[in-house]
Design a protein around this ligand. Structure first.
Ligand code: SF4
Ligand code: SF4
Length: 428
């Protein structure tokens, strides 16, 4: 275990039901992972649960541990499984160690008992919801193809009723990408979400379910569409919601402009400290790379701390930086983007170098657009003032050029669709 000292802490997404799920979301990248375990029951046995909790807590050299449950759909394990996991956490935690459990769920199986348990044990819940009814139901359907919107909204109400900490995870795809404000305002005003995470759907079109091939499905968001989606929401957020609604990619950006690490693997220069563990103890390099090529070992045969520092995994993490194309290295928003996640790096740069991110054009546009406001908010942080002060400069929908400095021919940051010189730029 000595090598484990090199890694003070790492993150592991545990999948107690593997790819098993009660829904059949059309864009889900994980359902096909069932094929990796043809005869499995897709249930983590109790002794493996205990081994997992023990090893994970032993491996964390920092005083805080995050135990992350994901799927498939983790609630299919039943509440008793998670009650036992809490018992094991109490058994193996070191004195003064704090533990936070988090769970990503589709919410459809939640009831009062689940929510009471979450509240009592301080779980942070990630609830998947893609926007208002027709946008959510476009792809998030059950196995029979029935819509799930009402069941997810019921879960949101239950979580609120029991005062469970939760955030909303919204995927951005062909069906909702052209409706940014409908999505954002719905989440903010109807769902009362304070924490929102947008995940772009970039789904490779192949039969393997692996990260291979250069074409994407029709459900995938387009790069420029994703950029416009983020810009429209940012323009709304920066006028009225700073400090009140937390949107993960805006937080990531503010950290970067303030010179702090992003804390999110996709926007960090390297990665490799967020692995995935299947229901049978198999560990893989990342949730997005649960593929034979990225298999690292099984925790029944080897302590996960050793697996986490294996040469193979270290290389996986370093490759994120080593394989960055020259185009990204020269990019003026590299400090915040860092080429984003390697899973999306499958197009060529304008001069033909492979490994450019499929979403590059969108990220470039978005990060350049927010430069002015981010500079302002980062400055506020540096001088000990609230970034939310920016809203004093964006009152009544008017945007000070002190904050936004678009060129005359750029789209006006107010979102009107007009050129800046014909809109707010005209008024000077
Ligand atoms: S491959 Fe992507 S999602 Fe996986 S750890 Fe690296 S940056 Fe994060
Ligand atoms: S915006 Fe594009 S070029 Fe710049 S770092 Fe990101 S992926 Fe690379």
């Amino acid at each position: 275990m000595s090598k484990a000292d090199a890694l003070p802490g790492f993150y592991l997404l545990a999948k107690p039901t593997g790819a098993a799920c009660n829904l059949g979301c059309k864009y889900c990248f994980f359902l096909s992972k069932k094929n990796l375990y043809p005869k499995s029951s897709f249930r983590m046995p109790d002794e493996l649960l205990e081994t997992y909790i023990r090893q994970y807590l032993e491996a964390q050299k920092i005083p805080h541990a995050t135990i992350a449950w994901q799927g498939g759909e983790p609630t299919l394990m039943g509440l008793e499984f998670f009650k036992r996991s809490i018992q094991y956490q109490r058994k193996y935690k070191r004195p003064k160690m704090t533990i936070q459990n988090s769970m990503q769920t589709n919410g459809t199986l939640l009831d009062d008992e689940w929510c009471e348990f979450f509240r009592q044990n301080n779980f942070l819940i990630g609830l998947s919801l893609d926007g208002p009814r027709e946008l959510h139901d476009a792809y998030r359907v059950d196995k029979a193809g029935n819509p799930t919107f009402d069941r997810v909204m019921r879960a949101a109400r239950l979580l609120r009723k029991h005062k469970v900490d939760y955030n909303i995870l919204t995927t951005v795809h062909a069906a909702n990408a052209d409706h940014p404000l409908d999505v954002y305002r719905f989440l903010r005003d109807e769902v009362k979400a304070n924490f929102i995470q947008f995940i772009p759907i970039v789904e490779r079109d192949n039969d393997t379910g692996f990260q291979e091939g250069e074409t994407v499905t029709d459900r995938s968001v387009k790069a420029d569409q994703y950029g416009r989606f983020l810009i429209a929401i940012f323009n709304d957020w920066v006028r009225r919601d700073v400090g009140r609604v937390f949107v993960q990619i805006f937080d990531v950006a503010l950290a970067a402009w303030a010179g702090a690490p992003s804390g999110i693997c996709a926007f960090s220069p390297t990665c490799g400290t967020a692995m995935a563990m299947e229901h049978n103890g198999d560990m893989y390099s990342c949730d997005h790379f649960v593929e034979p090529k990225y298999f690292l070992g099984n925790i029944k045969a080897k302590h996960m701390a050793q697996i986490a520092v294996s040469k193979k995994q270290q290389k996986f993490g370093r490759d994120k930086l080593d394989a960055l194309p020259e185009y990204c290295r020269q990019c003026n928003v590299k400090f915040v983007c860092n080429g984003e996640c390697p899973k999306n790096r499958f197009i060529k740069t304008p001069d033909g170098e492979p490994g450019l991110n499929y979403l590059c054009a969108g990220y470039k546009e978005f990060f350049r657009h927010i430069d002015g406001p981010m500079r302002f908010m980062a400055h506020q942080l540096r001088v000990g003032r609230a970034p939310a002060d920016i809203m004093n400069y964006t009152k009544n929908g008017r945007i000070s050029q002190v904050i936004f400095k678009p060129g005359r021919n750029d789209p006006c940051p107010c979102g009107s669709g007009l050129k800046f010189k014909k809109c707010h730029g005209k008024a000077g």
